[in-house]
Design a protein around this ligand. Structure first.
Ligand code: NAI
Ligand code: MG
Length: 489
Protein backbone atom coordinates (compact mmCIF):
# COMPACT_ATOMS: atom_id res chain seq x y z
CA UNK A 1 0.00 0.00 0.00
CA UNK A 2 2.87 2.37 0.80
CA UNK A 3 3.85 2.68 -2.85
CA UNK A 4 0.43 4.00 -3.78
CA UNK A 5 1.21 7.19 -1.85
CA UNK A 6 4.28 8.07 -3.90
CA UNK A 7 3.81 10.82 -6.45
CA UNK A 8 3.39 9.60 -10.00
CA UNK A 9 6.17 10.37 -12.48
CA UNK A 10 5.99 13.68 -14.34
CA UNK A 11 4.28 12.89 -17.64
CA UNK A 12 5.86 13.79 -20.98
CA UNK A 13 4.40 16.62 -23.04
CA UNK A 14 4.50 15.27 -26.58
CA UNK A 15 2.26 17.60 -28.60
CA UNK A 16 1.98 21.38 -28.50
CA UNK A 17 1.05 22.34 -32.08
CA UNK A 18 -2.23 22.56 -33.97
CA UNK A 19 -3.48 19.25 -35.36
CA UNK A 20 -4.89 20.04 -38.80
CA UNK A 21 -5.58 17.62 -41.66
CA UNK A 22 -3.68 14.85 -39.90
CA UNK A 23 -0.53 16.92 -39.40
CA UNK A 24 1.10 18.78 -36.54
CA UNK A 25 1.58 22.40 -37.58
CA UNK A 26 2.48 25.66 -35.81
CA UNK A 27 -0.08 28.48 -35.73
CA UNK A 28 -0.01 30.47 -38.97
CA UNK A 29 0.96 33.54 -36.94
CA UNK A 30 3.81 31.64 -35.29
CA UNK A 31 2.40 32.69 -31.90
CA UNK A 32 2.41 30.49 -28.82
CA UNK A 33 1.00 30.76 -25.30
CA UNK A 34 1.95 29.16 -22.00
CA UNK A 35 -0.03 26.40 -20.37
CA UNK A 36 0.62 26.50 -16.64
CA UNK A 37 0.86 24.04 -13.78
CA UNK A 38 -1.72 25.45 -11.34
CA UNK A 39 -0.06 23.68 -8.38
CA UNK A 40 3.24 25.53 -8.87
CA UNK A 41 2.28 28.54 -11.03
CA UNK A 42 5.08 27.45 -13.39
CA UNK A 43 4.92 27.08 -17.14
CA UNK A 44 4.57 23.50 -18.40
CA UNK A 45 4.93 24.20 -22.11
CA UNK A 46 4.34 26.71 -24.88
CA UNK A 47 1.39 25.76 -27.08
CA UNK A 48 0.50 27.00 -30.57
CA UNK A 49 -1.90 29.94 -30.33
CA UNK A 50 -4.37 29.29 -33.12
CA UNK A 51 -6.59 32.07 -34.44
CA UNK A 52 -8.91 32.72 -37.37
CA UNK A 53 -6.35 31.64 -40.00
CA UNK A 54 -5.80 28.27 -38.33
CA UNK A 55 -9.51 27.75 -37.77
CA UNK A 56 -10.06 28.40 -41.46
CA UNK A 57 -7.45 25.80 -42.44
CA UNK A 58 -8.97 23.30 -40.01
CA UNK A 59 -12.54 23.89 -41.21
CA UNK A 60 -11.46 23.42 -44.83
CA UNK A 61 -9.74 20.14 -43.91
CA UNK A 62 -12.82 18.99 -42.01
CA UNK A 63 -15.10 19.94 -44.92
CA UNK A 64 -12.92 18.07 -47.39
CA UNK A 65 -12.85 15.02 -45.14
CA UNK A 66 -16.62 15.20 -44.72
CA UNK A 67 -17.29 15.39 -48.42
CA UNK A 68 -14.75 13.26 -50.14
CA UNK A 69 -12.49 11.18 -47.98
CA UNK A 70 -12.58 7.53 -47.03
CA UNK A 71 -14.62 8.77 -44.06
CA UNK A 72 -17.71 9.62 -46.08
CA UNK A 73 -17.77 6.18 -47.71
CA UNK A 74 -16.83 4.05 -44.73
CA UNK A 75 -19.39 1.51 -43.51
CA UNK A 76 -21.04 2.59 -40.27
CA UNK A 77 -19.80 -0.48 -38.42
CA UNK A 78 -16.21 0.28 -39.42
CA UNK A 79 -16.64 3.86 -38.23
CA UNK A 80 -17.54 2.31 -34.90
CA UNK A 81 -14.43 0.12 -35.00
CA UNK A 82 -12.21 3.20 -35.33
CA UNK A 83 -13.81 4.68 -32.22
CA UNK A 84 -13.30 1.39 -30.34
CA UNK A 85 -9.66 1.47 -31.42
CA UNK A 86 -9.26 5.02 -30.07
CA UNK A 87 -10.75 3.88 -26.74
CA UNK A 88 -8.27 0.97 -26.64
CA UNK A 89 -5.29 3.25 -27.30
CA UNK A 90 -6.40 5.60 -24.51
CA UNK A 91 -6.78 2.65 -22.15
CA UNK A 92 -3.28 1.44 -23.01
CA UNK A 93 -1.78 4.67 -21.70
CA UNK A 94 -4.37 5.46 -19.08
CA UNK A 95 -1.87 6.12 -16.28
CA UNK A 96 0.18 8.56 -18.29
CA UNK A 97 -2.91 10.38 -19.55
CA UNK A 98 -4.25 10.67 -15.99
CA UNK A 99 -0.93 12.20 -14.91
CA UNK A 100 -0.94 14.64 -17.85
CA UNK A 101 -4.49 15.69 -16.96
CA UNK A 102 -3.46 16.22 -13.32
CA UNK A 103 -0.43 18.25 -14.37
CA UNK A 104 -2.28 20.60 -16.72
CA UNK A 105 -5.53 20.95 -14.77
CA UNK A 106 -4.43 20.52 -11.15
CA UNK A 107 -6.95 17.78 -10.37
CA UNK A 108 -5.70 14.98 -8.11
CA UNK A 109 -4.21 12.20 -10.20
CA UNK A 110 -6.25 9.67 -8.27
CA UNK A 111 -9.47 11.36 -9.41
CA UNK A 112 -8.22 11.57 -13.01
CA UNK A 113 -7.28 7.88 -12.87
CA UNK A 114 -10.39 6.64 -11.06
CA UNK A 115 -13.05 8.93 -12.55
CA UNK A 116 -12.15 11.00 -15.63
CA UNK A 117 -10.19 8.44 -17.62
CA UNK A 118 -12.45 5.39 -17.13
CA UNK A 119 -15.42 7.59 -18.09
CA UNK A 120 -13.57 8.72 -21.23
CA UNK A 121 -12.96 5.14 -22.34
CA UNK A 122 -16.49 4.07 -21.47
CA UNK A 123 -18.06 7.01 -23.32
CA UNK A 124 -16.10 6.34 -26.50
CA UNK A 125 -17.04 2.65 -26.40
CA UNK A 126 -20.68 3.49 -25.80
CA UNK A 127 -20.77 5.70 -28.90
CA UNK A 128 -18.63 3.29 -30.94
CA UNK A 129 -21.52 0.87 -30.54
CA UNK A 130 -23.96 3.49 -31.79
CA UNK A 131 -22.33 4.03 -35.17
CA UNK A 132 -24.23 1.20 -36.89
CA UNK A 133 -27.49 1.74 -35.00
CA UNK A 134 -28.46 5.13 -36.35
CA UNK A 135 -31.65 4.35 -38.19
CA UNK A 136 -34.40 6.15 -40.00
CA UNK A 137 -38.01 5.00 -40.37
CA UNK A 138 -40.49 4.02 -43.05
CA UNK A 139 -43.54 6.30 -42.90
CA UNK A 140 -47.11 5.35 -43.89
CA UNK A 141 -48.17 8.38 -45.98
CA UNK A 142 -51.40 8.86 -47.99
CA UNK A 143 -51.28 7.79 -51.62
CA UNK A 144 -49.10 5.48 -53.63
CA UNK A 145 -45.76 6.55 -52.26
CA UNK A 146 -42.93 5.01 -50.33
CA UNK A 147 -41.61 7.46 -47.76
CA UNK A 148 -38.65 6.89 -45.50
CA UNK A 149 -36.20 8.95 -43.42
CA UNK A 150 -32.44 8.82 -43.40
CA UNK A 151 -30.36 10.02 -40.46
CA UNK A 152 -27.35 11.76 -41.91
CA UNK A 153 -24.40 13.41 -40.17
CA UNK A 154 -24.97 17.12 -39.54
CA UNK A 155 -21.64 17.89 -41.20
CA UNK A 156 -18.62 19.80 -39.89
CA UNK A 157 -18.99 20.42 -36.19
CA UNK A 158 -17.15 23.01 -34.12
CA UNK A 159 -16.64 21.90 -30.54
CA UNK A 160 -15.57 24.30 -27.80
CA UNK A 161 -14.81 22.84 -24.40
CA UNK A 162 -13.82 24.03 -20.92
CA UNK A 163 -10.96 23.09 -18.62
CA UNK A 164 -12.70 21.35 -15.71
CA UNK A 165 -12.82 17.84 -17.27
CA UNK A 166 -10.61 18.30 -20.32
CA UNK A 167 -10.42 14.75 -21.66
CA UNK A 168 -13.92 13.79 -20.60
CA UNK A 169 -15.32 16.76 -22.50
CA UNK A 170 -13.40 15.58 -25.58
CA UNK A 171 -14.99 12.14 -25.24
CA UNK A 172 -18.50 13.57 -24.75
CA UNK A 173 -18.03 15.65 -27.90
CA UNK A 174 -16.07 13.33 -30.18
CA UNK A 175 -18.00 10.14 -29.34
CA UNK A 176 -21.41 11.05 -30.79
CA UNK A 177 -19.97 13.26 -33.56
CA UNK A 178 -17.75 10.48 -34.89
CA UNK A 179 -20.44 7.82 -34.46
CA UNK A 180 -22.77 9.96 -36.58
CA UNK A 181 -20.12 10.44 -39.28
CA UNK A 182 -19.43 14.13 -38.71
CA UNK A 183 -16.01 15.74 -38.96
CA UNK A 184 -14.64 17.88 -36.16
CA UNK A 185 -12.79 21.10 -35.42
CA UNK A 186 -12.21 21.29 -31.69
CA UNK A 187 -10.96 24.21 -29.65
CA UNK A 188 -9.82 23.01 -26.23
CA UNK A 189 -9.72 25.39 -23.26
CA UNK A 190 -6.64 27.59 -23.16
CA UNK A 191 -5.95 26.45 -19.58
CA UNK A 192 -5.79 22.74 -20.45
CA UNK A 193 -4.88 21.92 -24.06
CA UNK A 194 -2.42 19.05 -23.47
CA UNK A 195 -4.58 15.93 -23.12
CA UNK A 196 -6.81 16.93 -26.03
CA UNK A 197 -3.73 17.24 -28.24
CA UNK A 198 -2.53 13.82 -27.09
CA UNK A 199 -5.95 12.37 -27.95
CA UNK A 200 -5.65 13.81 -31.47
CA UNK A 201 -2.42 11.88 -31.98
CA UNK A 202 -4.04 8.70 -30.62
CA UNK A 203 -6.93 9.21 -33.06
CA UNK A 204 -4.41 9.44 -35.90
CA UNK A 205 -2.81 6.19 -34.70
CA UNK A 206 -6.25 4.60 -34.46
CA UNK A 207 -6.63 5.22 -38.18
CA UNK A 208 -9.08 8.11 -38.53
CA UNK A 209 -8.55 9.63 -41.99
CA UNK A 210 -6.82 13.02 -42.19
CA UNK A 211 -9.15 15.94 -41.54
CA UNK A 212 -11.81 13.98 -39.64
CA UNK A 213 -10.51 15.33 -36.32
CA UNK A 214 -8.76 18.70 -36.11
CA UNK A 215 -7.66 20.47 -32.92
CA UNK A 216 -6.82 24.17 -32.78
CA UNK A 217 -5.65 25.39 -29.38
CA UNK A 218 -6.09 29.08 -28.63
CA UNK A 219 -8.28 31.62 -26.88
CA UNK A 220 -12.04 32.08 -26.89
CA UNK A 221 -12.48 35.54 -28.42
CA UNK A 222 -10.04 34.69 -31.26
CA UNK A 223 -9.96 30.98 -32.15
CA UNK A 224 -13.30 30.18 -30.48
CA UNK A 225 -15.19 33.09 -32.04
CA UNK A 226 -13.69 32.35 -35.49
CA UNK A 227 -14.99 28.80 -35.26
CA UNK A 228 -18.47 29.99 -34.27
CA UNK A 229 -18.61 32.51 -37.13
CA UNK A 230 -17.10 30.29 -39.82
CA UNK A 231 -19.65 29.67 -42.62
CA UNK A 232 -18.16 26.23 -43.26
CA UNK A 233 -19.23 24.93 -39.85
CA UNK A 234 -22.70 23.37 -39.54
CA UNK A 235 -23.02 23.02 -35.78
CA UNK A 236 -21.42 24.27 -32.58
CA UNK A 237 -21.35 22.20 -29.41
CA UNK A 238 -20.24 24.27 -26.45
CA UNK A 239 -19.64 23.62 -22.77
CA UNK A 240 -18.79 26.53 -20.48
CA UNK A 241 -20.25 29.67 -18.97
CA UNK A 242 -23.76 30.88 -19.86
CA UNK A 243 -22.40 34.34 -20.72
CA UNK A 244 -20.12 32.78 -23.32
CA UNK A 245 -23.09 30.83 -24.70
CA UNK A 246 -24.96 34.12 -25.13
CA UNK A 247 -22.08 35.49 -27.22
CA UNK A 248 -21.93 32.26 -29.23
CA UNK A 249 -25.67 32.40 -29.92
CA UNK A 250 -25.32 35.92 -31.27
CA UNK A 251 -22.22 35.06 -33.33
CA UNK A 252 -23.87 31.93 -34.75
CA UNK A 253 -27.06 33.74 -35.74
CA UNK A 254 -25.55 34.98 -39.01
CA UNK A 255 -25.16 31.45 -40.35
CA UNK A 256 -28.00 29.93 -38.27
CA UNK A 257 -25.81 27.12 -37.00
CA UNK A 258 -27.23 24.32 -34.94
CA UNK A 259 -26.29 24.88 -31.30
CA UNK A 260 -26.05 22.72 -28.22
CA UNK A 261 -25.00 24.14 -24.88
CA UNK A 262 -24.01 22.57 -21.60
CA UNK A 263 -23.67 25.42 -19.12
CA UNK A 264 -23.48 26.12 -15.44
CA UNK A 265 -25.68 25.59 -12.45
CA UNK A 266 -26.53 26.38 -8.87
CA UNK A 267 -27.84 22.96 -8.08
CA UNK A 268 -29.92 22.32 -4.95
CA UNK A 269 -28.93 19.35 -2.82
CA UNK A 270 -31.67 18.68 -0.27
CA UNK A 271 -31.41 16.78 3.01
CA UNK A 272 -34.75 15.72 4.45
CA UNK A 273 -35.05 14.92 8.15
CA UNK A 274 -35.52 11.18 7.53
CA UNK A 275 -32.30 10.79 5.51
CA UNK A 276 -29.38 8.56 6.42
CA UNK A 277 -27.33 11.51 7.63
CA UNK A 278 -23.91 9.87 7.38
CA UNK A 279 -24.47 8.83 3.77
CA UNK A 280 -26.02 12.21 3.00
CA UNK A 281 -23.08 14.09 4.51
CA UNK A 282 -20.54 12.03 2.57
CA UNK A 283 -22.51 12.51 -0.66
CA UNK A 284 -23.03 16.20 -0.04
CA UNK A 285 -19.32 16.71 0.63
CA UNK A 286 -18.42 14.83 -2.56
CA UNK A 287 -21.14 16.59 -4.56
CA UNK A 288 -19.59 19.98 -3.84
CA UNK A 289 -15.86 19.47 -3.29
CA UNK A 290 -15.19 16.91 -6.04
CA UNK A 291 -12.85 18.37 -8.67
CA UNK A 292 -12.09 21.39 -6.42
CA UNK A 293 -15.74 22.40 -6.76
CA UNK A 294 -15.21 23.00 -10.48
CA UNK A 295 -18.27 21.05 -11.63
CA UNK A 296 -21.15 22.46 -13.63
CA UNK A 297 -23.49 20.29 -11.55
CA UNK A 298 -21.89 20.99 -8.14
CA UNK A 299 -24.43 20.74 -5.32
CA UNK A 300 -23.73 24.29 -4.25
CA UNK A 301 -27.04 25.06 -2.51
CA UNK A 302 -27.33 22.60 0.36
CA UNK A 303 -30.85 22.80 1.84
CA UNK A 304 -31.11 21.10 5.24
CA UNK A 305 -34.32 20.45 7.20
CA UNK A 306 -34.02 22.59 10.31
CA UNK A 307 -34.78 19.58 12.55
CA UNK A 308 -31.49 17.90 11.58
CA UNK A 309 -29.58 21.03 10.62
CA UNK A 310 -27.08 21.26 13.46
CA UNK A 311 -26.05 17.62 13.56
CA UNK A 312 -25.79 17.53 9.76
CA UNK A 313 -23.70 20.68 9.53
CA UNK A 314 -21.32 19.32 12.18
CA UNK A 315 -20.65 16.37 9.86
CA UNK A 316 -20.10 18.64 6.85
CA UNK A 317 -17.67 20.77 8.81
CA UNK A 318 -15.64 17.76 9.93
CA UNK A 319 -15.41 16.31 6.40
CA UNK A 320 -14.32 19.65 4.90
CA UNK A 321 -11.78 20.36 7.65
CA UNK A 322 -10.07 16.99 7.20
CA UNK A 323 -9.88 17.02 3.39
CA UNK A 324 -6.29 16.52 2.22
CA UNK A 325 -4.93 19.27 -0.04
CA UNK A 326 -1.61 19.02 -1.85
CA UNK A 327 0.36 18.14 -4.96
CA UNK A 328 -2.10 16.73 -7.54
CA UNK A 329 0.51 14.19 -8.66
CA UNK A 330 0.65 12.75 -5.14
CA UNK A 331 -1.66 9.75 -5.07
CA UNK A 332 -3.05 10.53 -1.62
CA UNK A 333 -4.13 14.09 -2.49
CA UNK A 334 -7.88 14.68 -2.35
CA UNK A 335 -7.96 18.31 -3.45
CA UNK A 336 -5.63 20.16 -5.79
CA UNK A 337 -5.46 23.80 -6.81
CA UNK A 338 -8.08 25.72 -8.78
CA UNK A 339 -7.26 25.83 -12.47
CA UNK A 340 -5.88 29.37 -12.72
CA UNK A 341 -5.46 32.78 -11.12
CA UNK A 342 -8.76 34.06 -12.53
CA UNK A 343 -10.75 31.22 -10.96
CA UNK A 344 -8.83 31.59 -7.69
CA UNK A 345 -9.59 35.33 -7.58
CA UNK A 346 -13.26 34.76 -8.39
CA UNK A 347 -13.62 32.25 -5.56
CA UNK A 348 -11.84 34.44 -3.01
CA UNK A 349 -14.15 37.31 -4.02
CA UNK A 350 -17.21 35.14 -3.29
CA UNK A 351 -15.81 34.03 0.08
CA UNK A 352 -15.43 37.72 0.97
CA UNK A 353 -18.97 38.44 -0.27
CA UNK A 354 -20.32 35.58 1.85
CA UNK A 355 -18.73 37.09 4.91
CA UNK A 356 -19.85 40.64 4.06
CA UNK A 357 -23.42 39.55 3.41
CA UNK A 358 -23.68 37.87 6.83
CA UNK A 359 -23.18 34.13 6.31
CA UNK A 360 -21.19 32.26 8.94
CA UNK A 361 -17.95 30.69 7.70
CA UNK A 362 -17.69 27.39 9.63
CA UNK A 363 -14.42 26.20 8.21
CA UNK A 364 -11.93 27.26 5.53
CA UNK A 365 -12.24 30.65 3.87
CA UNK A 366 -8.57 31.21 3.11
CA UNK A 367 -5.90 30.43 0.59
CA UNK A 368 -4.03 27.18 1.34
CA UNK A 369 -0.22 27.49 1.30
CA UNK A 370 1.66 30.20 -0.56
CA UNK A 371 2.23 28.60 -3.95
CA UNK A 372 -0.39 27.39 -6.41
CA UNK A 373 -4.07 28.33 -6.62
CA UNK A 374 -5.22 26.33 -3.58
CA UNK A 375 -8.37 27.31 -1.68
CA UNK A 376 -9.30 25.76 1.66
CA UNK A 377 -12.51 23.70 1.62
CA UNK A 378 -15.02 26.26 2.83
CA UNK A 379 -18.45 25.78 4.41
CA UNK A 380 -20.86 28.65 5.03
CA UNK A 381 -23.95 28.22 7.23
CA UNK A 382 -26.84 30.64 7.80
CA UNK A 383 -26.88 31.36 4.10
CA UNK A 384 -30.07 32.98 2.80
CA UNK A 385 -31.51 32.83 -0.72
CA UNK A 386 -30.69 36.45 -1.57
CA UNK A 387 -26.94 36.21 -0.84
CA UNK A 388 -24.48 36.18 -3.73
CA UNK A 389 -23.06 32.83 -2.59
CA UNK A 390 -26.56 31.32 -2.87
CA UNK A 391 -27.27 32.79 -6.30
CA UNK A 392 -24.12 32.79 -8.42
CA UNK A 393 -22.07 29.89 -9.71
CA UNK A 394 -18.83 30.07 -7.68
CA UNK A 395 -17.13 27.08 -9.33
CA UNK A 396 -14.91 26.44 -6.35
CA UNK A 397 -14.71 24.64 -2.99
CA UNK A 398 -17.32 26.82 -1.30
CA UNK A 399 -20.45 25.20 0.14
CA UNK A 400 -23.53 27.22 1.10
CA UNK A 401 -25.88 25.65 3.65
CA UNK A 402 -29.45 26.94 3.81
CA UNK A 403 -32.18 25.91 6.30
CA UNK A 404 -35.75 25.00 5.38
CA UNK A 405 -38.93 24.17 7.34
CA UNK A 406 -41.66 23.10 4.94
CA UNK A 407 -41.77 20.89 1.84
CA UNK A 408 -43.69 23.38 -0.35
CA UNK A 409 -41.36 26.18 0.63
CA UNK A 410 -38.40 23.92 -0.18
CA UNK A 411 -39.64 23.09 -3.69
CA UNK A 412 -40.21 26.78 -4.46
CA UNK A 413 -36.77 27.74 -3.20
CA UNK A 414 -35.04 24.88 -5.02
CA UNK A 415 -36.55 26.15 -8.28
CA UNK A 416 -35.85 29.80 -7.55
CA UNK A 417 -32.79 30.08 -9.80
CA UNK A 418 -32.06 30.90 -13.42
CA UNK A 419 -30.25 27.54 -13.65
CA UNK A 420 -31.61 24.00 -13.91
CA UNK A 421 -28.79 21.54 -14.39
CA UNK A 422 -29.04 19.08 -11.51
CA UNK A 423 -30.68 18.52 -8.13
CA UNK A 424 -30.49 15.90 -5.42
CA UNK A 425 -32.58 14.76 -2.49
CA UNK A 426 -31.60 12.54 0.43
CA UNK A 427 -34.57 10.74 1.99
CA UNK A 428 -35.94 7.30 2.87
CA UNK A 429 -39.42 8.36 1.70
CA UNK A 430 -39.84 7.05 -1.83
CA UNK A 431 -42.95 9.16 -2.44
CA UNK A 432 -41.15 12.35 -1.52
CA UNK A 433 -38.24 11.35 -3.74
CA UNK A 434 -40.48 10.91 -6.79
CA UNK A 435 -42.34 14.13 -6.09
CA UNK A 436 -39.03 15.98 -5.87
CA UNK A 437 -37.93 14.40 -9.15
CA UNK A 438 -41.16 15.53 -10.81
CA UNK A 439 -41.35 19.08 -9.47
CA UNK A 440 -37.75 20.28 -9.50
CA UNK A 441 -36.90 21.79 -12.88
CA UNK A 442 -33.48 20.36 -13.65
CA UNK A 443 -32.02 18.03 -16.26
CA UNK A 444 -30.70 15.48 -13.78
CA UNK A 445 -32.15 14.39 -10.42
CA UNK A 446 -30.13 12.27 -8.04
CA UNK A 447 -31.81 10.47 -5.13
CA UNK A 448 -29.53 9.35 -2.29
CA UNK A 449 -26.49 9.84 -4.48
CA UNK A 450 -24.62 12.63 -6.27
CA UNK A 451 -22.52 13.00 -9.42
CA UNK A 452 -23.45 9.57 -10.76
CA UNK A 453 -22.70 9.69 -14.47
CA UNK A 454 -23.04 7.10 -17.17
CA UNK A 455 -22.41 7.35 -20.90
CA UNK A 456 -25.93 5.96 -21.49
CA UNK A 457 -27.76 8.51 -19.30
CA UNK A 458 -28.59 11.88 -20.92
CA UNK A 459 -27.17 14.97 -19.24
CA UNK A 460 -27.97 18.65 -19.76
CA UNK A 461 -29.84 21.61 -18.44
CA UNK A 462 -33.24 23.25 -18.13
CA UNK A 463 -33.42 27.06 -18.28
CA UNK A 464 -30.05 28.84 -18.50
CA UNK A 465 -28.12 25.65 -17.81
CA UNK A 466 -28.19 24.62 -21.42
CA UNK A 467 -29.83 23.53 -24.59
CA UNK A 468 -30.05 19.94 -25.79
CA UNK A 469 -28.65 16.87 -24.09
CA UNK A 470 -25.35 15.07 -24.19
CA UNK A 471 -24.73 11.35 -23.60
CA UNK A 472 -27.11 8.50 -24.24
CA UNK A 473 -29.20 8.13 -27.36
CA UNK A 474 -30.40 11.72 -26.93
CA UNK A 475 -26.80 12.85 -27.25
CA UNK A 476 -26.70 11.48 -30.82
CA UNK A 477 -29.59 13.58 -32.10
CA UNK A 478 -27.81 16.94 -32.39
CA UNK A 479 -25.20 15.31 -34.62
CA UNK A 480 -27.69 14.04 -37.18
CA UNK A 481 -29.97 15.63 -39.75
CA UNK A 482 -33.18 13.90 -40.72
CA UNK A 483 -33.85 13.57 -44.44
CA UNK A 484 -37.26 12.54 -45.78
CA UNK A 485 -37.30 10.63 -49.06
CA UNK A 486 -40.56 10.05 -50.99
CA UNK A 487 -40.81 7.79 -54.03
CA UNK A 488 -43.86 7.42 -56.25
CA UNK A 489 -44.65 3.77 -56.73
P1 NAI B 1 -15.74 30.13 -20.74
O1 NAI B 1 -17.14 29.81 -21.05
O2 NAI B 1 -15.26 31.51 -21.08
O3 NAI B 1 -14.76 29.11 -21.50
C1 NAI B 1 -15.13 27.85 -22.02
C2 NAI B 1 -14.59 27.70 -23.43
O4 NAI B 1 -15.16 28.70 -24.27
C3 NAI B 1 -13.08 27.87 -23.55
O5 NAI B 1 -12.57 26.97 -24.52
C4 NAI B 1 -12.94 29.30 -24.04
O6 NAI B 1 -11.73 29.56 -24.73
C5 NAI B 1 -14.14 29.41 -24.96
N1 NAI B 1 -14.61 30.77 -25.23
C6 NAI B 1 -14.53 31.84 -24.41
N2 NAI B 1 -15.05 32.92 -25.03
C7 NAI B 1 -15.47 32.53 -26.26
C8 NAI B 1 -16.10 33.20 -27.36
N3 NAI B 1 -16.38 34.50 -27.32
N4 NAI B 1 -16.40 32.47 -28.45
C9 NAI B 1 -16.13 31.15 -28.51
N5 NAI B 1 -15.52 30.49 -27.51
C10 NAI B 1 -15.21 31.15 -26.39
O7 NAI B 1 -15.47 29.83 -19.22
P2 NAI B 1 -14.25 30.35 -18.31
O8 NAI B 1 -13.97 31.79 -18.61
O9 NAI B 1 -13.13 29.38 -18.45
O10 NAI B 1 -14.86 30.22 -16.85
C11 NAI B 1 -15.72 31.23 -16.33
C12 NAI B 1 -16.82 30.62 -15.51
O11 NAI B 1 -17.65 29.82 -16.33
C13 NAI B 1 -16.37 29.68 -14.42
O12 NAI B 1 -16.00 30.35 -13.25
C14 NAI B 1 -17.60 28.83 -14.23
O13 NAI B 1 -18.51 29.50 -13.40
C15 NAI B 1 -18.18 28.73 -15.62
N6 NAI B 1 -17.78 27.48 -16.28
C16 NAI B 1 -18.70 26.47 -16.39
C17 NAI B 1 -18.33 25.27 -16.95
C18 NAI B 1 -19.29 24.16 -17.08
O14 NAI B 1 -18.87 23.01 -17.15
N7 NAI B 1 -20.57 24.41 -17.17
C19 NAI B 1 -16.96 25.02 -17.40
C20 NAI B 1 -16.10 26.14 -17.30
C21 NAI B 1 -16.51 27.32 -16.74
MG1 MG C 1 -14.31 33.25 -20.13
Amino acid sequence: MATTLEPVALPKVRHTECFIDGKWVPAASGKTFATMNPATEEEIAQVAEGDAADIDRAVKAARKAFENSAWSRIDARDRGRLIYRLADLIEEEIDELAALEALDNGKPVRDARAADLPLVVDCLRYYAGFADKIQGATIPVRGNYFTYTRKEPVGVVGQIIPWNFPMLMVAWKWGPALAAGCTIVMKPAEQTPLTCLRMAQLAKEAGFPDGVINVVPGFGPTAGAALVKHPGVDKIAFTGEHRTAQIIMRDASESLKRLTFELGGKSPNVILADADLDAAAAGTHFGLFFNQGQCCCAGSRVFVDERVHDEFVARLKKLAATRKLGNPLDRSTEQGPQVDQAQFDKIMKYIQLGQNEGANCLTGGKRFGDRGYFVEPTVFENVTDDMSIARDEIFGPVMSVLKFKEWEELIQRANNTMFGLAAAVWTRDVGRAHEFARRVRAGTIWVNCYDVFDAAAPFGGFKMSGQGRELGEEGMKPYTESKTVTIQL
